[in-house]
Design a protein around this ligand. Sequence first.
Ligand code: FES
Length: 356
Amino acid sequence: MSTTGSKSKAAGKTKPKAKGKKDPFEPRILAFCCNWCSYAGADLAGTSRMTMPPNLRVIRVNCTGRIDPLFILQALEAGADGVLVSGCHEGDCHYVTGNIFSKKRFMFFKKILAEFGLGDRIDFVHVSAAEGEKWASINKEFVERIKKLGPTPVKNVKDLTDISIDDDHTRKGRIHEILVSLSNKMGYEPKKPLHFDPEEVVEGYGFPKRDPDKCIGCYACYNVCPEDAIKIEDIQNKRRYGTLHAQCLVCKECEKVCPQEAIVIAPGFELLSFLLNEPLWEFDIPMQKCSECGEYFNPKPFCDNLEKKISEMKAEKTLEELNLPFKPYTTCSTCKRKKLAQVVAEVAHPALKLMK
Ligand code: FES
């Protein structure tokens, strides 16, 4: 009896899985390697026949400075179990500081992702072209770390955020969308504000900071903001200013236009208001009550400033001579109009009677 036939039949069959036994978890990891150092280092490890787990898919980039945070965020959203970034050693970057900028950006987003429980799944390393062995050991250690963490908890990978940037979508806006998506997928529920140290904050993240002793609540910043990021809210006898810093492009238009030099755009980031796209409120400004109708109408420092300006121009006398029928600084515009209309009516009525 020939055994060849039965052997080939058996070879065509897939071995049935032992009941209750799961396939061992094999993480899917994305590695971004800079062309000039790390990619060559990884290549050296391969040509030197060093053994490495096959879990990393390497994407070659010209410099780590080219890695947009959106690449890393979308890899995680798409279900990558881990993301590794590897670049030249500090001082060796072919573009001088690409790796330094990239690392700072990376650490900023790593801190945010750590809040969602994804921080350990990403890492930034430095490997030179001569460090094949180092690459092999980093590769093994990272795969081991991700194996211990288990499969990514980010599910529903079909529903990916569009990360294209065009006239209607800024990079910051897209980052906001994808961070919201990741936080939802991770079931992250922010409870209290989380302010980042300004030192940790990367370029493009910040918001106007107003000096409460200088700001008069004049609206100039509100009117000039191209992204409608400045918000104003009146609460009874107080007005407050805030910034939607997910929208603020740190363009400094508000800083330039402020007549009081009360605004400075400072680096900053607060996670809770960023994710919820809620304004980050600053101090309250007291409001002025109208001396006629009793309604609050303008910030008090704004009215005081007007009075101060008139006095600096030595124009109080001229104002007095006008004999206005209202108090110029403490009357709302509706009451001013009404009062003026009364005066006109009082003058016009007898004149009209005479003409009849
Ligand atoms: Fe390698 Fe910039 S060229 S990190």
